[in-house]
Design a protein around this ligand. Structure first.
Ligand code: RB5
Length: 152
């Protein structure tokens, strides 16, 4: 599969694992852009989730990897934008199904939760697994067009 350009972003808690993910992408020959953070100093994870959403919107990247301590906060930030489908994954099975069923365009990882080898396995499953299509097209489409619930 054509990997396109992968954007990576993390907060301080995800910074070490982001460097590991960059090495894994280098080994595989995948082009990437690093959206920060650039060191272990404390930063706010929403800022980096928002950077990811921006990079996907403006075509700077085709998909992404987000990392904070748990993967939760940074994915919540990115998922506020309709074109982002960030999935927190803890193993190769969640990473594979995030692609097959959810057409996830962002892999979210917890730098304080999983180790580097499991994270690399997640990354490869995320890159290699195509979207399953079929019934999942309708369901993923609904994610991008939520109903107006304001009157209910
Ligand atoms: C930072 O301490 C931590 O709260 C953050 O990395 C993340 O886990 C939030 O969801």
């Amino acid at each position: 599969m054509d990997d396109g350009i992968v954007a990576l972003a993390s907060d301080h808690a995800g910074f070490p694992l982001k460097e590991t993910m960059k090495s894994a992408l280098d080994e595989r020959g995948v082009a990437y852009v690093d959206l920060g953070t650039d060191g272990p100093g404390s930063v706010d994870y929403p800022d980096f989730g928002f950077r990811m959403a921006q990079a996907l919107a403006n075509g700077r990247a085709d998909r992404g990897v987000l990392i904070c301590g748990t993967g939760l906060g940074i994915s919540m930030a990115a998922n506020r934008f309709a074109w982002v489908r960030a999935a927190v994954c803890h193993d190769v099975t969640t990473a594979r199904l995030a692609r097959e069923h959810n057409d996830a365009n962002v892999l979210a990882l917890g730098g304080r939760i999983i180790g580097p080898e499991v994270a690399k396995d997640c990354l490869l499953a995320f890159l290699d697994t195509p979207f399953g299509g079929e019934r999942h097209v309708r369901r993923v489409g609904k994610l991008g067009t939520p109903p107006d619930l304001s009157g209910s």
